[in-house]
Design a protein around this ligand. Structure first.
Ligand code: HEM
Length: 161
């Protein structure tokens, strides 16, 4: 399995749709999501983007925990991330959280590659994985904020239903 990734184009607004709750069920609810996301972060830790993340073990663990909560909520599970957002829209909050880091499209490709590796080990219907991938591929464009010429740019976006 190898998924398509399209490049971030300046001036192109990003359309994305939150994952279907089918994914949440198929991955195995809260426990299954935890297994997937912890594995994903273990892969990240060995990747070229490891330096973006906390090197302290406890802090890194904290990112794993929060990341898992976010994905549980965005995939239609219980609203376990709600208390983190201070009332802000979940997607907007998540985009802004990445503003603190200079993320290039190259970093995004690496991030998506780690996720692909983790997803490959999960057994579920391909069409359900494809739906989750479509969200990741699009939404991740909104975390990219820095270009190789040094310029900073934030894409506009349209969330679907
Ligand atoms: C679909 C795309 C992405 C989603 C949904 C996502 C989601 C998240 C979540 C939920 C967290 C933890 C938030 C918290 O602390 O409460 C996080 C943190 C982070 N993400 Fe992402 N992310 C995405 C793409 C990326 C990409 C492409 C990078 C590239 C390097 C990246 C780098 C980071 C970093 C550096 C942190 C913070 C670590 C820290 O707190 O020190 N993310 N992300």
């Amino acid at each position: 399995m190898s998924y398509e990734i399209t490049k971030v184009q300046k001036g192109e607004s990003v359309d994305f749709t939150n994952p279907a709750s089918e994914f949440y069920d198929a991955v195995g609810g809260e426990e299954g999501m935890k297994a997937l996301m912890y594995d994903f972060y273990d892969i990240i830790y060995e990747s070229d983007i490891a330096h973006f993340f906390p090197q302290d073990e406890d802090e890194f663990h904290e990112v794993k925990v929060k990341n898992t909560k976010f994905f549980i909520q965005i995939c239609g599970g219980p609203k376990v991330y709600e208390s983190e957002t201070g009332g802000m829209n979940l997607n907007e909050f998540m985009i802004r959280l990445h503003d603190d880091f200079s993320i290039y499209d190259k970093s995004r490709y690496e991030w998506l590659g780690c996720m692909e590796e983790a997803l490959r080990k999960v057994d579920m219907e391909q069409r359900i994985k494809d739906n989750f991938w479509a969200y990741l591929e699009s939404f991740s464009k909104l975390t990219v904020n820095t270009f190789s010429d040094g310029s900073v740019y934030y894409a506009e976006y349209n969330p679907g239903q």
